[in-house]
Ligand binder design. Structure first.
Ligand SMILES: C[S@@+](CC[C@H](N)C(=O)[O-])C[C@H]1O[C@@H](n2cnc3c(N)ncnc32)[C@H](O)[C@@H]1O
Length: 227
């Protein structure tokens, strides 16, 4: 089935948020990173500006800057309405109000949009849809990141998750997934079955992080090749 932009909710985070979600250290920042489902996050831009190496993959990168910008403006009102309605599900500590959240997200996505054409030309934004095969050899990347995509959209199902993570683990020595709760901030059965599947052949850890915005979503899953 063709991927449709009007079925996507593009909503992007920044470098500081990725660093906190994934506990990226100074050493990690020297590694070769891949971001899966990075969408309109400005992590790629800001990490690249710091001299880092990262390639972002997302099906929305088949569309033009104008198309993505239009879709961001379409979903903005609805996402913010939902956030206000479910205000109690969030921790308003680092981000103090829905207004601050909206400004943070819109400025992150603007930074992404302003970098998009340049980043595409440099091969930093690559059109790719999980779980398709990636155009990279085994272990090309040190670490693959998935922020607010895998394990969140649980309706994609067990098979989708196993196939996607297997392909990510082919091209990455390690993958990190944040958060490990679904869209309703509920811990899902999926996490247990995914861990059981990968534990046979990989090192699997659940690690607390410095980032908590949805209540309870302060943990990430790490699956690595080195035991
Ligand atoms: C909620 S956004 C998260 C964006 C970014 N990772 C962040 O945290 O700021 C989810 C992203 O997953 C992407 N996505 C949807 N289906 C995908 C697939 N099959 N493979 C890779 N990415 C996908 C969407 O296009 C969207 O950009």
């Amino acid at each position: 089935m063709a991927f449709k932009l009007n079925g996507v909710v593009p909503w992007g985070r920044n470098f500081g948020e990725y660093r906190d979600m994934f506990r990226l250290t100074e050493d990690d920042l020297k590694k070769k990173l891949a971001g899966f489902g990075d969408g309109p996050a400005c992590f790629n831009r800001e990490f690249t500006e710091r001299g880092g190496s990262v390639i972002s993959f997302d099906p929305i990168y088949q569309f033009t800057r104008e198309d993505i910008e239009r879709r961001i403006n379409e979903v903005r009102v609805e996402v913010m309405e939902q956030t206000r309605r479910n205000r109690d599900n969030y921790v308003w500590m680092k981000i103090k109000s829905p207004e601050e959240l909206e400004n943070l997200r819109m400025s992150a996505m603007k930074r992404f949009l302003d970098d998009y054409d340049k980043g595409r030309a440099e091969g930093r934004y690559v059109y790719h849809e999980l779980p398709d095969r990636l155009p990279f050899e085994d272990d090309h990347f040190d670490t693959g990141l998935s922020s607010h995509f895998l394990l969140m959209y649980t309706s994609l199902g067990y098979d989708f998750h196993i196939a996607s993570m297997t392909e990510m683990l082919r091209v990455c020595k390690e993958i990190r997934v944040f958060p490990i709760v679904d869209l309703d901030a509920e811990k899902t059965e999926l996490i247990g079955s995914v861990i059981d599947y990968f534990r046979k052949d990989f090192r699997v850890d659940i690690v607390s992080t410095d980032y908590e915005f949805q209540k309870g979503d302060n943990k990430m899953l790490i699956i690595g090749k080195e035991r």
